[in-house]
Design a protein around this ligand. Structure first.
Ligand code: TRP
Length: 331
């Protein structure tokens, strides 16, 4: 059987560098190794308050960014979760295999109910179960995710194991593919992960000038008060970005320059801005092109969802038979 991997991204609006470095960029090389299915998980996005009229735009935004960053619909399946209802169907069956106390102990659930005490809906608790279904409906053997998603992946493994012991070997226990580099991308504040709600992001559709301006005010080594003070790259978030965008030579130059106060933070940031813009420029260009032909983008998603459906339907047929649900023509 072909080796499949699944990963998903929530259609939560504009994508930022954290999404790019933590997700899409790492997915690109996987496209040549495995059968990749990348989903825009719109049902997951319903677990927090949202505006229905904006959802389609957000889905398109995610798709435009996926493709602009280099996910290739010729190689990879790009799909929308809600267009393949087998995801939610399988989630229902999985609901019977996991306990409520187990789900209520998951860190992301605890965080969410603290952030949104006014909206502790069942979907928040059930979120990891639907995620397990996203992964296992394609019998994916691995999942590229950030570290924050590992507790969810553990649930997927537990569910697979439980299903296999209860109903016979059906699902693989999916492994994680995490990258050491880039998975934890801090925001411009240098303290928190890049996050839209914290307003500390560089967005993939920020202009060249936006990037320059945002970097100019970004936090560096806070102990370096004056231009003439030597700085410490090891504690500087700008240096972290350099590691992701600059060449080895530039890295040793800015390290040297910073430690000896030969260069100031602004000089260092200018080099970074140039390098970042060099990488983001082609992405921005492709985004612009794609926004001019959203019909094509929609077609990619619909075709991708159809291909995904074929696999998902087969899994559901097998699952229904194994759990003894429904009727079969021949018994
Ligand atoms: N929970 C993931 C996130 O917020 C998104 C997601 C949903 C996902 N289903 C998935 C990721 C399946 C990997 C596999 O980032």
């Amino acid at each position: 059987m072909e080796k499949r991997i699944f990963s998903g991204i929530q259609p939560s609006g504009r994508l930022h560098l954290g999404n790019y470095l933590g997700a899409m960029k790492n997915w690109i090389p996987l496209q040549d190794k495995y059968r990749c299915i990348f989903g825009i998980v719109d049902y997951h996005a319903m677990t927090v308050t949202y505006t229905p009229k904006e959802m389609e735009k957000r889905i398109l935004d995610a798709a435009v960014n996926y493709i602009a960053c280099g996910l290739d619909p010729e190689k990879t399946i790009l799909m929308i979760q809600s267009l393949v209802p087998e995801h939610t169907e399988l989630a229902w069956i999985f609901n019977t295999l996991v306990s409520v106390p187990r789900l209520s102990r998951i860190p992301t659930y605890k965080e969410k109910i603290q952030q949104h005490p006014e909206n502790v809906n069942m979907g928040l608790l059930d979120y990891p179960v639907l995620m397990a279904a996203d992964i296992l409906i394609y019998k994916s053997f691995a999942v590229p995710v950030g570290e924050d998603q590992l507790p969810h992946l553990e649930i997927a493994r537990e569910i697979a194991r439980k299903f296999n012991t209860s109903y016979g070997k059906t699902f693989p226990e999916p492994q994680s593919i995490t990258e050491e580099k880039g998975m934890r991308v801090f925001g411009l504040d240098g303290v928190n992960r890049m996050s839209k709600t914290l307003d500390n992001c560089i967005y993939l559709d920020d202009t060249k000038e936006d990037v320059e301006k945002k970097l100019a005010t970004a936090v560096t080594d806070t102990a370096r008060k004056r231009r003439t003070d030597p700085g410490n790259p090891d504690v500087c978030n700008i240096f972290n970005y350099h590691k992701l965008f600059s060449s080895k030579n530039e890295l040793s130059e800015v390290t040297e320059g910073c430690r000896t106060a030969k260069i100031g933070c602004l000089d260092c940031k200018r080099i970074l801005a140039d390098n970042m813009n060099r990488e983001l420029d082609p992405i921005r260009k492709r985004q612009k092109e794609l926004w001019k032909k959203t019909d094509e983008v929609k077609k990619i998603l619909i075709d991708g969802s159809e291909k995904a459906s074929e696999i998902a339907k087969e899994t559901m047929r097998e699952v229904r038979t194994k759990v003894g649900i429904g009727l079969r023509k021949k018994s």
